[in-house]
Design a protein around this ligand. Structure first.
Ligand code: PLP
Length: 380
């Protein structure tokens, strides 16, 4: 099955044996009757398994070319489950311009539990090796990174993780499996905030993991069941519905993203524009190699590099909504320094390029002219 077909049918064979409904029923139930003790039909209690969640988990596994999918109550709950694979003394190497919430989870929760994190620049795979020691257990990467749109060479990093026998986890939220499939490039775990592009309509918070290895899947299933941060059947249904148009939406996100990126770059009031599709983006060749398109996420600064210039601009936008989050059909504008990345200290932020005037756009699937005209009037 090819990708576009998978968004609709992947893992959805015989989804409703009772009536043949083409969408999975929303099994709003906690428990399942048994004919004799232990005599159930595959589901016993909805924390350990629910048919609607299971349909979503199979869809996620199919999209990422994995074998096992796991659904969680949010993207962070999914990351939290991965971190519970480790014990005090273990070390994890991660990117230095990580999603703010992941950074907060790592430093405010798991560091207290004795896990050590190294946040480093990973766009040069050669830079990683010197941080690996006997305690290192996992490389956690995001690509494109948020909000600086750096690209990490997944294949190169996976060679390193294999050499040192480490797990490689990729947060694939920004790219989605439509643009990039990390398991095929050697990753062990793919993580999603399905809240973003997979759900795609800004109406549900949900997270997912996909793996290929059975032993790893068993450990994660155990954590999912034992810690209990599962997603509910209604939310699973909504994400499944979103996934059915993922390929169409992503195609338009990419087209609009390119138009907006090129417009911004040509505008005299715009400073730097970060978008991996630019031929002179430092990691453009890797992006071209591992991604099918460049997506709809763009960050830019203003020439007058002040907090005020950024807030003035954002407040004038009419089609773009000022809001956190990304990946929905509607265009959003965010201000990383005060919103998504406020939990990262200013000095650390500045080091990675998250200056006060930086604006992040999640370019939606509206008409390109309307988006460009909106930015134009706000800039002028
Ligand atoms: C939003 C996001 C998360 C966290 O997901 P939630 O669903 O909000 O918990 C993790 N990583 C990235 C890249 C994100 O954008």
């Amino acid at each position: 099955m090819k990708f576009n077909t998978k968004t609709i049918h992947g893992g959805q064979e015989n989804i409703d044996p009772a009536y043949g409904s083409v969408m999975p029923p929303i099994y709003q139930t906690t428990t399942y009757s048994q004919s004799t003790p232990g005599g159930h039909k595959g589901f016993e209690y909805s924390r350990s398994g629910n048919p609607t969640r299971s349909a979503l988990e199979k869809s996620l596994a199919s999209l990422e070319n994995g074998k096992f999918g796991l659904g969680f109550g949010s993207g962070l709950a999914a990351i939290d489950a991965v971190m519970k694979l480790f014990k005090p003394g273990d070390e994890i190497i991660s990117t230095n311009d990580l999603y703010g919430g992941s950074y907060r989870l790592f430093t405010s929760i798991f560091e207290n539990m004795g896990i050590k994190f190294n946040f480093i620049a990973m766009n040069e795979a050669g830079n990683i090796e010197k941080y690996i020691n006997d305690n290192t257990k996992m490389l956690w990467i995001e690509t494109p990174t948020n909000p600086m749109m750096n690209i990490i060479d997944i294949e190169a990093v996976s060679k390193l993780s294999q050499t040192y026998n480490l797990l490689l986890a990729v947060d694939n939220t920004f790219a989605t499996p439509y643009l990039q499939q990390p398991l095929d490039l050697g990753a062990d775990i793919v993580m999603h905030s399905a809240t973003k592009y997979l759900g795609g309509h800004s109406d549900v918070v949900l997270g997912g993991l996909v793996v290929k290895d059975e032993e790893l899947a068993e450990k994660l299933h155990f954590i999912q069941k034992a810690s209990g941060a599962i997603c509910g059947p209604q939310d699973s249904f909504l994400v499944l519905r979103g996934i059915k148009t993922l390929h169409l939406r992503m195609q338009r996100h990419c087209e609009n993203g390119e138009a907006v990126a090129r417009f911004l770059r040509s505008h005299p009031r715009v400073g730097k524009v970060y978008w991996p599709g630019f031929e002179d983006h430092p990691n453009h060749d890797i992006a071209k190699k591992q991604m099918k398109g460049f997506g709809g996420m763009i960050s830019f600064s203003t020439t007058e590099d002040t907090l005020k210039s950024a807030t003035n601009l954002i407040e004038k936008l009419k089609v773009f909504t000022l809001a956190e989050s990304l990946g929905g059909v509607e265009s959003l504008a965010g201000h990383p320094a005060t919103m998504t990345h406020a939990s990262i200290p200013k000095e650390d932020r500045a080091k990675t390029g998250v200056v006060d005037s930086l604006i992040r756009l999640s370019v939606g699937i509206e008409d390109e002219e309307d988006l460009i005209n909106d930015l134009k009037q706000a800039l002028e």
